[in-house]
Design a protein around this ligand. Structure first.
Ligand code: IPM
Ligand code: MG
Length: 354
């Protein structure tokens, strides 16, 4: 059971330290090895996804990632930006299925900016395709071209999906819905984009294989609206890379803090990369105040999906629920009357609850 640990940038190393402590406390004998990804990797080697990291990630059963990126690297050429490292590892490991749950813990109902009655009991799973779409499509670039009678800069990207790419993510979503409330909403923009007409067609073709799951479709602009209007209508949502990127950030905020939400990115054999849904938060890096719970919950997803250790996964998730019930809060989820703690104290509380 080999885990490649990639703390990354910003708050990454701080939150990762707590997740590693939790994993060690389980006593399951994981072999963990650390490497660089993102800005720290650029600083150390010049590349955001260096060869040594590639070797370790390819050899591991799972990858646990903190976060990458920060203003320090924003002006580098595109190939050297931390985000390229993240896209690179997802692509190289074929992690096409991104699972992003948005769950509202009852103790945190006040952390949401939406009315409690709109979000109470919220439990959505967004299934985002992660290795295709306009994020990877060629050709792409910025070039000087003759357009409309003048030589000018021209920016272009390419959105495309093959039917097999759509089918494999569709199957993951139908299977996930089967284990939940059996409702799947597929999100597209078929009224404008041919690629997403194909998306809708393929989802419809899959539906007869899953007669126990109710499949519906929604246009992405309406889905963005419905998510804030009546989010509890959703169980599982499935969509392409770009729409999923945007809708999953939106869904996470329904729960009040992105600091609570884990994610899993899986290949066809349940090898996975697990990371919190939030970013590297450079503004609070090094201060010891970041919320480690999303990373700890990502480790729980790793136990469940890659290592098939459902009991251990539930133990970790139970410990997180317990510390919330005990009133421990990092700054992002703090409200008067609760107990404000830093990153390490939150880790201590989870270990004690375990
Ligand atoms: C995410 C992030 C990444 C993405 C960026 C950092 C490349 O926004 O994981 O959602 O767009 O996938
Ligand atoms: Mg994103």
């Amino acid at each position: 059971m080999k885990i490649c640990v990639l703390p990354g940038d910003g708050i990454g190393p701080e939150i990762m330290a707590e997740a590693v402590r939790v994993l060690n406390a389980l006593g399951l004998g994981f072999e963990m090895e650390e490497a660089h990804l993102g800005g720290c990797a650029v600083d150390a080697t010049g590349s955001p996804y260096p060869e040594a990291t590639q070797k370790l990630a390819l050899a591991a059963d799972a990858v646990l990632l903190g976060a990458v990126g920060g203003p320090k690297w924003d002006t580098l050429p595109r190939e050297q930006r931390p985000e390229r490292g993240l896209l690179g590892i997802r692509k190289q490991l074929n992690l096409f299925a991104n699972l992003r749950p948005a769950i509202l813990y009852p103790e945190l109902a006040n952390a949401s900016t939406l009315k409690p009655e709109v979000v109470a009991g919220l439990d959505i799973l967004i299934v985002r395709e992660l290795t295709g779409d306009i994020y990877f499509g060629q050709p792409r670039g910025i070039e000087v071209r003759d357009v409309d009678g003048q030589s000018q800069r021209f920016g272009f990207n390419t959105m495309h999906y093959t039917e097999s790419e759509i089918r494999r993510i569709g199957r993951v979503a139908f299977e996930a819905a089967r284990k939940r409330n059996r409702k799947l909403c597929s999100v597209d923009k078929m009224n404008v984009l041919e690629t997403t007409q194909l998306w809708r067609d393929v989802m419809n073709e899959l539906a007869p294989e899953y007669p126990d799951v109710e499949l519906t479709h929604m246009l992405v602009d309406n889905a963005a609206m419905q998510l804030v209007k009546a989010p509890k209508q959703f169980d599982v949502m499935v969509t392409g890379n770009m729409f999923g990127d945007i809708l999953s950030d939106e869904a996470s905020m329904l729960t009040g803090s992105i600091g609570m939400l884990p994610s899993a990115s899986l290949d066809a054999n349940n090898k996975g990369l697990y990371e919190p849904s939030h970013g590297s938060a450079p503004d609070i890096a090094g201060k010891g105040i970041a919320n480690p719970l999303a990373t700890i919950l990502s480790a729980a997803m790793m136990l469940r999906y890659t290592f098939n250790q459902e009991e251990a996964a539930q133990r970790v998730e139970g410990a997180v629920k317990k510390v919330l019930a005990q009133g421990f809060r990092t700054g992002d989820i703090y409200e008067p009357g609760t107990k404000k703690v830093g990153t390490k104290e939150m880790g201590d509380a989870v270990l004690a609850a375990l």
